[in-house]
Design a protein around this ligand. Structure first.
Ligand code: 4FV
Length: 255
């Protein structure tokens, strides 16, 4: 999978390109990153990429033309590599929420994505209207730039790609995955068995895999009910809760 990122700070992407399991996957060519700096697509001596907003107000706005030229250069580069065009994705707090479902979709897409990382107050709306296919948000907060959002989304997608995680790190046990009915993951424990007087739940050392699976499911249901109750309703509406789950939740509600 190929990812293109239009960014004023290409070095930031070393986090996902060179480190950890995503770095290993990049080295193994499971995915490829190409960064494009809008400053390289300016025509003035000051390599200007931003300007004051029409209508006044604080801050600056990213100019459309360097971004348009960068998108065009990416298109040409993909054509030369006989690769299909990828959706142009703007990272923005005004975008749709990025979720595990979107991460799975990106991980399965052959074309990948072209991420546009805004800075300043944002990007000229005419670039968005004419060149942006999707807008995604990392969350309901404002960052100083779209890079961290893009890096997070790339990480979430690449780790799902075959070969990135060892089998033992399977992503199937991850929070939000369908295999977990979209619920939150259960707690994890490892050696030592006794830590400052605190032990590991006995069921986890029982060797009884059916009991362990049930305990983990009940822990997921409790944690989800506590922190993200809307995910319980979502799982219920999708028919992903068993009668056993419902009985457990009903018992919880009574206490
Ligand atoms: C953001 C987010 C985000 C807004 C102004 C970049 C900044 C600056 N991107 N999810 N939340 N972007 O805050 O994706 O241009």
């Amino acid at each position: 999978m190929r990812i293109d990122a239009i960014t004023l700070f290409p070095d930031m992407f070393s986090v996902v390109r060179d480190a950890g399991v995503t770095g290993r996957a990049h080295k193994q060519e499971i995915w490829a990153l190409h960064t494009w700096n809008p400053r390289d697509f300016t025509t003035d001596t000051h390599r200007t990429v931003d300007d004051r907003p029409y209508g006044g107000g604080p801050g600056m706005v990213m100019m459309a033309e360097p971004l348009i030229r960068a998108v065009s250069a990416i298109h040409d580069d993909r054509m030369r590599a006989h690769l299909p065009d990828a959706p142009v994705v703007l990272l923005s707090p005004t975008g749709r929420p990025f979720t595990q479902t979107v991460a799975n979709r990106l991980a399965e897409s052959a074309a990948g994505a072209t991420f546009v990382c805004g800075r300043y107050e944002g990007v000229d709306q005419r670039f968005i209207d004419q060149y942006v296919d999707e807008q995604w948000s990392l969350g309901d907060f404002v960052l100083s730039g779209g890079e961290i959002a893009a890096i997070a989304m790339i990480d979430a997608a690449v780790r799902l790609m075959p070969g990135t995680l060892n089998h033992g790190d399977s992503s199937l046990q991850d929070s939000f995955q369908d295999s977990l009915s979209g619920l939150l993951d259960s707690p994890h424990f490892t050696r030592p068995e006794m830590l400052d007087g605190s032990t590991v739940p006995a069921v986890l050392t029982s060797g009884n895999h059916a009991h362990i699976a049930r305990w983990r499911r009940e822990q997921s249901l409790m944690l989800t009910l506590e922190n993200r109750p809307e995910l319980i309703a979502q799982a219920r509406s999708k028919g992903l809760l068993t009668a056993l789950d419902e009985r457990f939740l009903a018992a919880l509600a009574k206490n």
